[in-house]
Design a protein around this ligand. Structure first.
Ligand SMILES: Nc1ncnc2c1ncn2[C@@H]1O[C@H](COP(=O)(O)OP(=O)(O)O)[C@@H](O)[C@H]1O
Ligand SMILES: [Mg+2]
Length: 144
């Protein structure tokens, strides 16, 4: 179902638009979906993840899992496995820590800095690239 977003380019005017998109995406998510987020520091990967979590009904506070690599949230409609792979060198390291075992664990994976582990993403992962524009608060989401 999330595959229907592939090929879309979404112009975000403010963080409220990111919230609206995250809530919409959350409704579409199904077990086994993997959402790969690519974008520079501060583009809003963690923010978008928080809004997706909100849409899933996650009750816990979602915070960046940089030091844990992955954090699990099980209070929503589906389990959410939130990865931040910034500290990994490459996809091989994600395999070394058993990261791919989360892909088919019956929940949703969201992976920040997914470009680092691109070689081990599932073929049907939804890849969302977030870019800044020259206006504060604006972002462009390119989905493939
Ligand atoms: N349109 C927007 N979408 C998401 N976050 C935005 C937007 N505009 C401003 N922000 C702000 O940018 C910052 C994004 O930080 P964060 O989500 O931690 O980025 P990343 O995880 O990509 O490093 C937050 O402080 C957020 O409030
Ligand atoms: Mg982040």
């Amino acid at each position: 179902m999330i595959q229907e977003l592939q090929g879309k380019i979404i112009n975000i005017k403010s963080e409220a638009d990111t919230e609206a998109f995250g809530l919409q995406l959350a409704k579409m998510l199904q077990p086994g979906d993997v959402v790969a987020l690519i974008g520079d520091l501060g583009t809003g990967k963690t923010s978008l993840t928080k809004y997706i979590a909100k849409g899933l009904g996650v009750k816990e506070t979602v915070s960046s899992p940089t030091f844990n690599i992955v954090k699990e949230y099980r209070s929503g409609r589906l389990p959410l496995f939130h990865f931040d792979v910034y500290r990994l060198a490459d996809g091989e390291e994600l395999l070394d820590i058993g990261g791919e075992e989360y892909y088919d664990a019956g929940g949703v994976c969201i992976i920040e800095w997914a470009d680092i582990v691109e070689s081990v993403l599932p073929l049907d992962a939804l890849i969302i690239t977030i870019d800044y524009t020259d206006k504060e608060g604006e972002r462009i989401l390119t989905i493939c």
